[in-house]
Design a protein around this ligand. Structure first.
Ligand code: SF4
Length: 384
């Protein structure tokens, strides 16, 4: 089934490490943007490779900060998705939210609008780290936001944390992991901070002489956090994601398991029937293109069979269950181990990759070297 992604590119402030497609909140621009989204969603069944009437079982509001929208706007967007596609009654409907944007009333409104899964960008439960990241919330605000979500009836809440932050020690990182476990979310995502070349955080680090822990410490951060989450009853299902049983992100699994999805809004990606496309990135250009009925896709590419295969392998290996090689062989009429086995053998011998003749997966140690191992699958550039 399809996944539907809706991009909301507005934030109250721009974090000093952020490389997402986002801009500062502007009430007038937001109003025009939501109107454009409603129109794009309404017309997409006829423009998205025969997606009319297609079934969808997930809707995901990502950003940016989707929780800056009013509950009725989120409700109208969900309604538009339901009108344009056969959205299942039990669809997973996720909204990313920043802790400082929610109140009990707003959360009740989002729940009423149909959102049934919240994903909070917490990043750290230490105030000094949050300040270095120029985040607007504090650790206690994040804990309050979590409690408010539970009180509003959300029984599926995810929290994001970031590791390997400037000045962060292993012990400080584990404080955040323990604080997360103490709250007991249904799902957690742990990401390593990636500093893009011109990130303002790089300047702040240079000015304040903040440094990053050594690479070996970053590996320890990852391994120790995963061990604590294992012990607390979470199941790791992807390199960066753990969940209580049955709470893995249905939407994000589509990205890692060769699924199909349609993306709405500026910069949103779609993949359907072997074609991949991406909307124009600029918010104002997007609004103008929708208004004029013009071309929304800035990039469009038909994947070759080889590219589709490599992408399926590349993303599938992110999952702890790994890749069912027999299924992939049948789907792509190929011989995965015959093509890639020579290059992968050294990783198998080193215990980084596990292959039993059917399932191919990374060991936890292998997850630390995932990019290097996965690069064996990329004979041609991965599609952007
Ligand atoms: S809230 Fe998220 S999307 Fe917005 S600037 Fe910060 S990191 Fe980027």
């Amino acid at each position: 089934m399809l996944g539907l992604y809706v991009h909301i590119p507005f934030c109250s402030a721009i974090c000093n490490y952020c490389n997402f497609n986002r801009g500062l909140f502007d009430a007038d621009l937001k109003e025009r943007y939501v109107a454009a989204l409603l129109r794009e969603i309404a017309t997409s069944p006829s423009t998205s490779l025969g997606a009319g009437g297609a079934a969808a079982d997930t809707i995901y509001f990502g950003g940016g900060t989707p929780s800056l929208l009013e509950p009725w706007e989120i409700g109208a967007l969900i309604h538009a998705c339901r009108h344009a596609f056969a959205v299942t009654n039990d669809a997973e409907i996720t909204m990313e939210a920043n802790p400082e944007t929610v109140t009990p009333e707003r959360l009740a409104g989002f729940r009423e609008a149909g959102v049934n899964r919240l994903s909070y960008g917490v990043q750290s439960f230490r105030d000094d780290e949050l300040q270095r990241l120029s985040r607007l919330h504090s650790a206690s605000r994040a804990a309050d936001a979590f409690a408010m979500a539970r009180a509003a009836g959300f029984d599926n809440v995810s929290l994001d944390l970031m590791m390997w932050l400037p000045q962060q020690t292993i012990a400080q990182w584990l404080e955040s992991v323990d604080a997360l476990i103490a709250l007991g979310p249904d799902h957690a995502s742990l990401y390593i901070l990636e500093l893009y070349p011109n990130a303002p955080l790089r300047d702040a680090m240079a000015r304040s002489q903040w440094s990053l822990a050594p690479d070996d410490d970053a590996a320890e951060m990852y391994l120790q956090a995963m061990a604590r989450l294992d012990a607390a009853g979470y199941e790791q299902y992807e390199i960066s994601n753990v969940a209580r049983p049955g709470r893995a992100s249905r939407h994000n699994l589509k990205y890692w398991s060769d699924g199909e999805w349609l993306g709405f809004g500026c910069g949103a990606h779609s993949t359907r029937r072997g074609v991949r496309w991406k909307n124009v990135s600029s918010t104002t250009e997007y609004i103008a293109a929708v208004a004029s009925g013009g071309q929304l896709a800035a990039e469009r590419r038909v994947l070759t069979d080889r590219e589709a295969l490599e992408e399926a392998l590349f993303t599938g290996l992110r999952l702890t269950r790994g890749i069912d090689v027999h299924t992939v062989n049948a789907r792509y009429t190929t011989d995965v181990w015959g093509i890639y086995g020579d290059g992968l053998e050294r990783f198998r011998e080193a215990g980084l990759l596990i292959y039993d003749g059917r399932l191919l997966r990374l060991s936890r140690a292998g997850m630390l070297l995932a990019n290097e191992i996965m690069s064996e699958f990329v004979s041609s550039p991965v599609v952007d």
